[in-house]
Design a protein around this ligand. Structure first.
Ligand code: SF4
Length: 397
């Protein structure tokens, strides 16, 4: 079956799936109410988003320079930093660091998803636990994420209850969501402290200090990046901005448009754990990881930055806002996409995954309604990107 036929089959099946529609309608209503109240309470975010667009436009033009600068900063903070030109290079670096037979706790990472990181580590003979509740559900269902921030957005509570009941052998009622969350916590709790390695991505990175910002609510990122003796981060180069101040602005705009007035946790990580409390002798590996590794991934990003219209896909903050506005996503979830979703997903499929058939399928599904553009904090013009992408594909460029 061709990529297009397979895609069509999947997206039509999704569109007729009542459970996806039910789960998404619940999520969309909550998202809209939360984001509107977050923006009303902190109206400066709208102006800050304009600044962030400028920061991103400039940073995308100098990703390689920023990556080198961030590597220097991380090394001077006693971490180790690497630049991977391709997905294979990134996997090789991580594979060499991890080896085999390790227990790994992983925070949600779309960049990890992009390069098939979990599957690769498992093939090497490691045991990998996704620790974000939604991602854990997806891992156990053998499915794939359907939203940037809420990977299990398409899975209604009834299905979660059935899954967790199977795993635990207890009868879990679907309406007791607190109990379902407590079950995930119980299943994962000890893994954080048994793990050899913790892994994550990052929401934004300050090149001047080498600081990774990670936004979350669950607390799993805090534990995955803080409890194991070794911490490895895989970060797409588009996440780099010049300064700590810039990074803060990107982070605040990201979480506000991701529907949080303020998230429960924002981690800023710049190096390995250390203490000078005994005779002022700096010793690495106090309560947190002794080793800190960051891999910056290019994988086509510097090429994509050369396309005047399509480069907007690299400005994306992954706030997920556009997904809740998209009328196609509302009935199909992440089936309208590939590694990423909707219009940005089409650009990603073409330029990063080099899957032109998939890219064309997604681009031609887009209705060009422009609702995503109105919601987007950095005003990514998705309809414009779709028209340009279709032109490039049709002309074979
Ligand atoms: S395209 Fe814009 S609205 Fe959509 S996830 Fe990216 S930053 Fe958020």
């Amino acid at each position: 079956m061709s990529v297009f036929s397979e895609y069509k089959k999947q997206i039509m099946a999704a569109a007729h799936n009542e459970r996806i529609r039910l789960a998404l309608s619940r999520a969309i209503a909550t998202y809209r109410a939360n984001t509107n109240s977050a923006l009303t309470k902190f109206p400066h975010t709208i102006k800050m988003a304009e600044e962030v667009r400028e920061i991103k436009e400039k940073a995308i033009g100098e990703m390689e320079k920023l990556a080198r600068q961030a590597c220097e900063a991380i090394e001077s903070n006693k971490g180790k930093a690497y630049i991977a030109k391709t997905a294979d290079e990134a996997l090789k670096i991580i594979g060499d660091l991890v080896g085999t037979g390790k227990l790994i706790v992983k925070a949600k990472s779309m960049t990890g998803e992009e390069i098939g990181l979990r599957e690769y580590l498992e093939e090497l003979g490691n045991e990998v636990y996704e620790t974000d509740t939604g991602e854990f559900i997806i891992q156990k269902l053998n499915s794939r994420p359907m939203h940037i921030l809420s990977p299990a957005i398409h899975v209604p509570r009834e299905d979660v209850a059935r899954l967790f009941s199977e795993i635990t052998g207890e009868e879990l009622p679907p309406d007791d969501i607190e109990r379902l969350v407590a079950t995930a916590r119980k299943l994962l709790r000890e893994k954080f402290f048994q793990a050899d390695i913790g892994m994550s991505g990052a929401n934004v990175v300050a090149a001047d200090t080498g600081t990774l910002f990670l936004i979350e609510n669950e607390g799993n990122i805090n534990l995955a990046t803080g409890a194991p003796p070794v911490y490895i981060a895989l970060v797409g180069m588009e996440k780099l901005v010049p300064t700590l101040g810039d990074a803060y602005k990107v982070a605040e705009v990201t979480w506000r448009y991701a529907n949080y007035t303020v998230p429960s946790y924002v981690s800023m990580i710049s190096g390995p754990s250390k203490t000078g409390d005994i005779e002022k002798m700096i010793t690495y590996g106090a309560h947190g990881p002794r080793e800190f590794h960051v891999i910056f991934l290019d994988d086509g990003r510097t090429e994509l930055a050369k396309y005047p219209i399509l480069r907007q896909a690299l400005y994306c903050l992954r706030c997920g806002g556009c997904l809740y506005e998209c009328p196609v996503f509302a009935v199909t979830a992440g089936h309208f996409g590939d590694k990423y979703f909707t219009g940005v997903g089409a650009v990603w499929a073409a330029m990063i995954s080099q899957d032109i058939e998939k890219a064309a399928s997604i681009a031609y599904t887009c209705l060009l309604c422009g609702r995503c553009k109105v919601r987007c904090p950095v005003e990514i013009n998705t309809p414009e990107m779709m028209v340009e992408l279709k032109r490039l594909i049709a002309e074979g460029e």
